[in-house]
Ligand binder design. Sequence first.
Ligand SMILES: [Zn+2]
Length: 128
Amino acid sequence: MKTKFKALAGLLFAIGLVTTASAQRANQALMNGPLKAATSQEEIQNLKKGQKYAKVCMECKSITVKEIADEKEAAALCHDGGTMHCDSCKKEVRVKRGGPRGNIITSTVEYVNSEGKECMFIVPIPKE
Ligand SMILES: [Zn+2]
């Protein structure tokens, strides 16, 4: 029984360490920058579940770090005509696709305000 408890404690400790280490890696990635914005449909669509990304709002000059919850979220981020909100100023932003249709590599994604001006961008944060 005692050994089992020890093993469990060790496991929990290990999980704690892993989490801290990955948080450190994310911080490191931010510190080591520069990180580039994802501007093509391919880059945004390929964001995987658990991938962290920064949502940069130019309207209120804020950065919100988010995590992709599922594939649907990545798809929504590059869905032409779709909308999302800045977590800080709550302004609505519209997804605007450009470039040749049907080619996810050259198809561009922009986030525009009600005047059609680019006002937000997404920066994937590398895992390590
Ligand atoms: Zn904002």
